[in-house]
Design a protein around this ligand. Structure first.
Ligand code: AMP
Length: 116
């Protein structure tokens, strides 16, 4: 079994976070070190460490990440100008927390996708 991260504690509300949305499949909360005016993390409630562990049974929860991203982007007023959704995997991807999460970033021009 994969080791729990701080995100499991946030999902269970055992530690504080600014939760913007929660349902039976996913939880969305503000990133503690925002990289843009809007920086929200959307995570499945079930622990999936990385995209390498994604299975067909996760499709409903992982699809929900997108519908919640759409809703939160609209609520933040960034849908029209646009935003970026990012999922990092393992060390080369820059993943720090081993509980799959989608970053929703926006509120300013975000520049090129990758720094060189
Ligand atoms: P990643 O590099 O894709 O694994 O992103 C992990 C993100 O989690 C980083 O942007 C961190 O700032 C964020 N983060 C870590 N701990 C917390 C926390 N307790 N509450 C909110 N965001 C967090």
């Amino acid at each position: 079994m994969a080791a729990e991260t701080i995100f499991s504690k946030i999902i269970r509300k055992e530690i504080p976070a600014e939760i913007l949305y929660q349902d039976e499949l996913v939880t969305a909360f503000r990133d503690i070190h925002p990289k843009a005016p809007t920086h929200v993390l959307i995570v499945p409630n079930v622990l999936i460490p990385t995209t390498n562990e994604v299975e067909a049974e996760h499709e409903l929860a992982l699809g929900r990440l997108f519908t919640v991203a759409r809703k939160l982007a609209a609520e933040a007023g960034i849908a029209e100008d646009g935003y970026r959704l990012i999922v990092n995997c393992n060390s080369h991807g820059g993943q720090e927390v081993y509980h799959i999460h989608m970053h929703l970033l926006g509120g300013r021009p975000l520049g090129p996708m990758l720094a060189r």
